[in-house]
Design a binder for this molecule. Structure first.
Ligand code: HEM
Length: 278
């Protein structure tokens, strides 16, 4: 029986290996990456351009579908938001590092694995921040809704107390819940959100799809319906959902008053622009 299990595991690993085109390759000199571990992993496996440059809407749609079975209903609108971060308006492609543009449209404070913009580096992985998230799983080997929800909310509270320039409004709340749902769904079961912690660590810490540990892309498509259902469970599991809602007023206003200078592509603060101070 033991030998049968060993052979089954071996076969599972061989079957799970990516084709040569999609073997992991860390970014080289001149390659660029984003604040998103999902996109970075897809670029590191060649499901998105490996140099991270000139990524088109079509690249997002096919890369997400082929690499991790994420549907077009997610990839299309989120990919379109990503294109808004390109320096020129109406650009048809974007370099991944542009997605670190603060609060425009996808980058936000209280990330799971990056520092807040005001406090430091909002682009690269930060182990001590991600350790705050991992601590909520308390050494268990699989994710669960309660711990994931608690970890997300703890990161928000941390930013609200340590970052005097924090922006946390409705948009950030939706993105933040969505990102927690994404790592659970893509690394595990999109319906229950259960994923091996070792897979999640590979995705977020190494930006690597964990084929060598036996991971395969989810059989069930990850899409707005499955993500919405997971987000609802994560929200229900947050005992502080009402206090969190009360923090949103000022955060949402601050968020709305940010915009991009169409000529330079730099993020501007609307109040500051109107007063001619920037
Ligand atoms: C077109 C598709 C996508 C775009 C444009 C995108 C973009 C981004 C951006 C800009 C962030 C940074 C937000 C922040 O400041 O924390 C982010 C975070 C994140 N993304 Fe993506 N993303 C996409 C798809 C995905 C997919 C398919 C996954 C699946 C695993 C994923 C997983 C995550 C996670 C887990 C985070 C949170 C990282 C953190 O908080 O430190 N994303 N994404």
């Amino acid at each position: 029986m033991l030998w049968f299990t060993a052979i089954a595991l071996f076969v599972a690993r061989v079957v799970a290996q990516p084709t040569d085109n999609h073997a992991f390759q860390a970014p080289g000199p001149g390659d660029v990456r984003s604040p998103c571990p999902g996109l970075n992993a897809l670029a590191n496996h060649g499901f998105l351009p490996r140099n991270g440059k000139g990524v088109t809407l079509q690249n997002f749609i096919t890369g997400l579908k082929e690499g991790i079975n994420v549907g077009i209903d997610f990839a299309l609108p989120v990919g379109q938001m990503a294109l808004q971060s390109a320096p020129l308006p109406l650009a048809l492609s974007v370099d991944l590092d542009r997605l670190a543009e603060h609060n425009y449209l996808l980058e936000h404070d209280a990330s799971l694995s990056r520092q807040d913009f005001y406090l430091g580096d909002d682009l690269h992985f930060n182990q001590s921040i991600f350790d705050q998230v991992l601590a909520y799983y308390k050494g268990t080997d699989t994710t669960n809704i309660q711990a994931a929800s608690d970890a997300r909310w703890a990161r928000v509270k941390d930013s609200l107390t340590t970052n005097p320039k924090v922006v946390y409004g409705v948009r950030q709340l939706v993105l933040s819940y969505g990102e927690t749902a994404l790592y659970m769904a893509v690394m595990g079961d999109p319906l229950t959100g259960k994923a091996p912690i070792s897979f999640v660590k590979s995705l977020i810490e190494k930006e690597r799809l964990p084929y060598e540990q036996g991971w395969t892309k989810p059989a069930v498509e990850v899409n707005l319906v499955t993500l919405g259902a997971l987000i609802a469970q994560l929200q229900l599991a947050n005992p502080d959902a009402v206090p969190e809602g009360l923090t949103l007023g000022a955060g949402t206003l601050k968020d709305v008053y940010n915009l991009i200078d169409p000529l330079t592509g730099q993020a501007l603060n609307l109040t500051c622009a109107v007063l001619g101070l920037c």
